[in-house]
Ligand binder design. Structure first.
Ligand SMILES: C[S@@+](CC[C@H](N)C(=O)[O-])C[C@H]1O[C@@H](n2cnc3c(N)ncnc32)[C@H](O)[C@@H]1O
Length: 343
């Protein structure tokens, strides 16, 4: 097993701990009065380890679709014994995972989206444009379509769409055309060949700005291979549905489309769905979430970005499931607050 290179620094760790603490530091409903923390993207276990250390009465349900990541975090978290439950699952499967562990609701959830440094460092996974490897890019290598299959079979319009939307690549159509020309000669099987092809398709002046010319194409392929956006669209509402009252969810996104899905899912539940002209909420129409990051997403400080380049594009959003007054009906908060209804 390849050891992760250097020190992996969890992104916005202190802020994540601060946001989760009120939900985890309270009497829990899990056996022994413990609270439940779900790490939807356990990765190398950096955030998970810090939560377990900060909250000795909390148990972890740690998900990851990557079996190698789980093997690393299993070793890292071994000392926490029966407080740790690691599960090989895609994060939209959380509602099915919990009952298998005898759990119904959870107190805190973290999603640190995207790829781990382990995946980027392991040459044979094909995520990195700087290393030559077979074009795989699956986070779960046990299933699904590879980047090689996409590059060698998608049509010009489909390749262009993926590169433009997921990679925000200005030269999407030119790159797609170059891919199609090249694969007519021989299948494209290596990340180095693809990176070179992308570089050669981009006008020379544009190659000098915005980092490595192949970065956006590799990001786009990775998102397509792993169905990242459609999975995220299902996963976040499903996660909110299993929060206990007062439970909190924190999301770290690294792509504008992921962050938009997060923002919209939170906003939909943070506003009233009742008639605008009523001064009080009707039963079941009140907001169910309270936004903890009002006024937009939070970003990493310059100091953190200097220490940890991965933090440069992070956007953090967090929300809490509103606790109902005893005896009130779900979604009923009585007098409507002026900001309950969204724009
Ligand atoms: C950025 S890393 C998490 C790093 C972690 N917070 C830490 O401190 O070590 C993201 C992890 O999420 C996993 N992942 C990405 N999409 C997933 C999904 N849909 N379901 C489950 N795991 C996923 C990846 O395999 C990767 O290990």
């Amino acid at each position: 097993m390849v050891e992760p290179r250097g020190v992996h620094v969890p992104v916005l760790l202190d802020r994540c701990l601060e946001l989760l603490a009120p939900a985890l530091d309270r009497p829990g409903r899990a056996p022994g009065g413990r609270t439940v923390y779900v790490d939807g993207t356990t990765g190398l276990g950096g955030h998970a380890e810090a939560v377990l250390l900060a909250h000795p009465e909390t148990i972890l349900v740690g998900l990851d679709r990557d079996t190698e990541a789980l093997a690393h975090s299993a070793r890292r978290l071994e000392r926490f014994g029966d407080r740790v439950h690691l599960v090989h699952a895609v994060y939209d499967e959380l509602p099915q995972v919990l009952p298998k562990l005898g759990l119904e609701q959870v107190d805190g959830i973290l999603f640190d989206l995207g790829v781990s440094s382990l995946q980027l460092d392991e040459a044979d996974r094909g995520f990195a444009y700087a290393q030559d490897a077979p074009l795989d890019m699956r986070m779960d290598q046990t299933t699904g379509i590879t980047a090689q299959e996409i590059v060698n079979s998608y049509s010009h319009p489909d390749l262009t769409r993926i590169l433009r939307v997921y990679g925000e690549e200005k030269f999407a159509s030119r790159i797609a055309a170059a891919i199609i020309r090249e694969r007519a000669k021989a299948p494209i099987t290596s990340s180095a060949l693809l990176a070179e092809l992308v570089r050669d398709s981009i006008p020379a002046p544009a190659r000098r700005t915005g980092g490595h010319p192949a970065k956006r194409t590799f990001q786009a392929l990775r998102i397509e291979v792993n169905g990242e956006l459609s999975t995220w669209e299902r996963a976040l509402p499903a996660a909110i549905d299993v929060l206990a009252p007062g439970g909190r969810v924190v999301v770290l996104s690294y792509h504008s489309l992921e962050d938009r899905i997060t923002k919209q899912a939170f906003a939909a539940r943070a506003r009233s769905t009742g008639p605008v002209d009523l001064p009080v909420e009707l039963p079941g129409t009140g907001p169910t979430l309270r936004l903890l990051t009002r006024g937009g997403a939070e970003m990493a400080s310059d100091v953190e970005v200097a220490r940890n380049p991965r933090a440069a594009s992070v956007r953090l959003r967090a929300a809490q499931l509103i606790e109902q007054e005893p005896g009130s009906r779900p979604g009923t908060t009585g007098q409507r607050a002026p900001h309950d209804r969204g724009p």
